[in-house]
Design a protein around this ligand. Structure first.
Ligand code: SF4
Length: 260
């Protein structure tokens, strides 16, 4: 095993920016509820239907108020509704040229709630998922099979991640296919996933795995999609420090099954 080098202590987690998604997710149903109840008060005809609209809209807004441990317990049902909103309004956001802003806002809203859910009780079994495109395209190190094949040359984020993972004994996986990442996550049964990916894949991942709490870190794409991408290792480091219990000395990490 390589001797890992120490990395700088990470700062606090950055402020999550989920206000846009929250305003839409909560504001639209609350406006519909106000319209329904006001119409029921003003019009005799169809009062029952207006009341029904008001009650239904309130029920749609309610999950956006659930926080903390209650959020953790009801995560799957809440995320199914939230991802429905995120996906339904994505074409409109694309038309307004705000697609990335919309998805990043949804991710920030998700991260904020995951942080609140783990503020009093850190995760004991966390899994990191990273995309293969963070490895420099011309590098031949076989990191998919063995992370320690990385030469730590400093040309891509893999070296820093490898050192942090070895020092802290993090369980992580670098994959080149989304479906493999989902399968790894389901097989490992983590109580928290920390995932790095582009906005499109982050939304897809949150939609496909609503049952697993997932803190997400967006990729930077300085050379376009899927080529020499980059991400903030200190951000990942800060997420692991804040949300995950350090492993006790001598604890064994269950290795993930490697594919042939
Ligand atoms: S840090 Fe260097 S050796 Fe390691 S994966 Fe990136 S380019 Fe390859």
């Amino acid at each position: 095993m390589k001797e890992p080098r120490a990395l700088p202590i990470p700062g606090p987690l950055p402020v999550e920016r989920g206000a846009l998604f929250l305003w839409v997710r909560r504001g639209l149903p609350l406006a519909a509820a106000a319209l329904g109840f006001a119409s029921a008060a003003l019009h005799d005809a169809g009062r029952g239907w207006w009341m029904l609209l008001g009650v239904g809209a309130l029920a749609a807004a309610w999950p956006s108020f659930i926080r903390g441990e209650a959020y953790g317990r009801n995560r799957a049902a809440i995320m199914r509704q939230d991802t429905l909103w995120a996906n339904a309004l994505r074409p409109l956001a694309r038309w307004l040229r705000l697609e990335d802003t919309w998805i990043l806002s949804f991710c920030g809203y998700n991260n904020q709630r995951v942080r609140e859910a783990f503020s009093s009780r850190q995760a004991k079994r966390a899994l990191i998922l990273l995309p293969h495109c963070i490895q420099m395209a011309r590098c031949k190190a076989g990191i998919l099979d063995d992370l320690q094949a990385c030469y730590d040359c400093g040309l891509c984020p893999v070296g820093d991640y490898m050192n942090a993972a070895l020092l802290n004994r993090w369980e992580g996986r670098i994959t080149n296919r989304s479906h493999k990442a989902y399968r790894e996550a389901r097989e490992y049964r983590p109580d928290l996933v920390v995932a790095v990916s582009c906005t499109d894949r982050l939304l897809k991942g949150l939609t496909k795995m609503p049952e697993i709490p997932c803190y997400v870190v967006p990729l930077a794409l300085p050379h376009g999609m899927c080529v020499d991408t980059d991400f903030s290792v200190p951000h990942l480091f800060a997420a692991m420090e804040s949300l995950v219990q350090p492993l006790p000395a001598g604890a064994k990490v269950q290795p993930l099954v490697r594919e042939a």
